[in-house]
Write a protein that binds this ligand. Structure first.
Ligand SMILES: *[C@@H]1O[C@H](CO)[C@@H](O)[C@H](O)[C@H]1NC(C)=O
Ligand SMILES: *[C@@H]1O[C@H](CO)[C@@H](O)[C@H](O)[C@H]1NC(C)=O
Ligand SMILES: *[C@@H]1O[C@H](CO)[C@@H](O)[C@H](O)[C@H]1NC(C)=O
Ligand SMILES: *[C@@H]1O[C@H](CO)[C@@H](O)[C@H](O)[C@H]1NC(C)=O
Ligand SMILES: *[C@@H]1O[C@H](CO)[C@@H](O)[C@H](O)[C@H]1NC(C)=O
Length: 439
């Protein structure tokens, strides 16, 4: 990838000052589901979410497979992420601010947008960012730790050049720069944060899903959450089928306690785990699963991270349905088949594997138990509406999880009406059930 970027480049301004303390920074944003205003039916929403999840999982696998982990330095060069996300946020870049919508991604780190002059750009709904027209555009010095944190850093004429590949066909390349970002929509309360490092992409490929860039919320140094003061964020996702926007909080606004979440349950916390092959992702230590009072017969080793970086369990906002390691999936399936007074069927239109006819016959009472995920030091309760899905159109009640050959991803369908706090500084994920539409 190329030199055209550098030849075309850029209005050089002064260099970005060393990163400042941003301890007081915090703000809240609305999260818009990617299909919120599409007028889709429930079946279409689920099908679309499944298609996106499938693409994301395939992308993650590609990158994980591409480069087996040999040592941490090699691992740091493996870039893993999937380009599509599930949620959009409103932000603006530069001075004066250019507003746009970006895909939020907890699976990658880089913040980037397409920049003029474009060598290769995708269509986007807002104008390309023009560094020359912004009073606050700065270059990031090659020797900065942010430049070093790139997967393929390169220095060209004192500019830190980047190339960032997602696991699918998407990629972006250009110059790592610093800008003032404004968080919040045009006419809402806004917070301006100076000197946020971002990729100003002149060579880009991939589907931006009607947005104009991406905001990485992964664990790496370049992610928005690491660049802002207290490295933590929280979100509370409203029901999958509800048009009500969800909420995302950053920095000092990201707090979690049973008062501000209106929850009667205690807040639980589990340590995050590092997978050197996929360092941006939020891996957790899962030990087992219960349905109702019954602990399912699952060997905890099926949730372990393998030596080559595959396997393990991570939580993601950009994957919809949970991908459950196959042995665990089989245990959940066989327990459901045994406790439900319904005949299991395969292969519905939705493409989910474990389904039952719905509604049940008039004289049959169906009670679904809660599911519990047993993490290290914390139990996460998943109510029936977060792991089963009723499709009235086709007449099925289905397990809203997908069998995975390798590894487990806790998707956003399982996170509905749960307040989650990702505290990177303390390497803890905390959560509590909460009514996300009213808090
Ligand atoms: C923002 O507010 C201004 C003035 O009230 C209005 O003209 C403009 O259309 C609004 N923009 C959006 C995107 O709502
Ligand atoms: C992009 O947004 C426009 C306007 O909201 C809409 O008409 C169009 O269908 C969207 N395209 C995609 C691919 O979502
Ligand atoms: C709970 O969080 C709110 C902020 O959302 C904070 O004002 C309050 O002090 C917190 N309460 C406790 C007990 O930490
Ligand atoms: C459903 O699928 C499973 C595994 O894919 C298979 O073992 C089983 O026989 C199928 N059941 C029916 C009713 O087709
Ligand atoms: C989680 O649930 C298991 C099994 O019910 C129980 O033994 C354990 O004490 C619980 N852990 C916490 C932190 O509540």
């Amino acid at each position: 990838m190329a030199s055209p970027v550098f030849l075309l480049a850029l209005v050089v301004a002064t260099l970005l000052p060393a990163s400042k303390c941003r301890d007081g920074v915090g703000f809240q944003l609305k999260l818009r589901h990617i299909d919120a205003h599409g007028g889709y039916t429930k079946l279409q929403l689920v099908t679309r979410a499944m298609d996106r999840s499938r693409a994301r999982v395939a992308a993650l696998k590609t990158v994980a497979a591409a480069a087996p982990v040999v040592d941490p330095i090699t691992a740091a060069r493996i870039l893993v992420a999937a380009s599509q996300g599930e949620y959009l946020i409103d932000i603006a870049i530069g001075t004066p601010p250019l507003y746009y919508t970006a895909i939020l991604d907890t699976g990658s780190d880089l913040i980037w947008t397409q920049c003029a002059p474009c060598v290769l750009c995708e269509d986007q709904p807002t104008p390309y960012f023009q560094p020359a027209r912004s009073a606050t555009y700065r270059l990031v010095p090659c020797q900065s730790s942010l430049c070093a944190a790139l997967p393929y850093p390169a220095c060209f004429q004192r500019m830190c050049a980047y190339q960032y590949y997602y696991g699918d066909y998407a990629s972006t390349a250009g110059v790592l720069a610093g800008e003032t970002f404004t968080f919040g929509a045009v006419n809402s309360t806004k917070v301006r944060v100076p000197n946020v490092a971002f990729g100003c992409g002149n060579i880009n490929a991939g589907d931006l899903a009607n947005s104009s860039g991406m905001v990485g919320l992964g664990r790496g140094l370049l992610s928005l959450v690491r660049q802002l003061g207290p490295s933590r964020f929280s979100y509370c996702l409203t029901s999958f089928l509800s048009p009500a926007p969800s909420r995302l909080s950053y920095g000092v606004f990201a707090t979690l306690n049973s008062t501000n979440t209106r929850s009667g349950s205690p807040v639980q916390s589990t340590p995050m785990v590092v997978n050197a092959a996929l360092p941006s992702l939020y891996f957790l230590s899962l030990k087992g699963i219960s349905l109702g009072q019954k602990r399912l017969p699952i060997d905890p080793m099926v949730f372990a991270i393998n030596d080559d970086g595959t396997g393990g369990v991570f939580i993601d906002s950009g994957t919809s349905l949970t991908y459950l390691q196959q042995d665990a999936y089989d245990a959940v399936r066989s327990e459901l088949v045994s406790i439900l007074p319904l005949l299991a069927t395969n292969g519905t239109d939705i493409g989910l594997e474990t389904c039952f006819p719905w509604p049940p016959p008039p004289n049959v009472a169906v009670t679904l138990p809660e599911m519990e995920l047993h993490f290290d030091s914390a139990n996460m309760t998943i109510p029936p509406e977060n792991y089963m899905l009723i499709d009235g159109a086709t007449g099925f009640l289905c397990l809203a999880m997908v069998r995975s050959g390798d590894g487990t991803i806790i998707g956003n369908y399982q996170q509905q009406n749960m307040y989650l706090l990702y505290d990177i500084t303390n390497s803890l994920l905390s959560f509590v059930p909460a009514p996300c539409n009213i808090i």
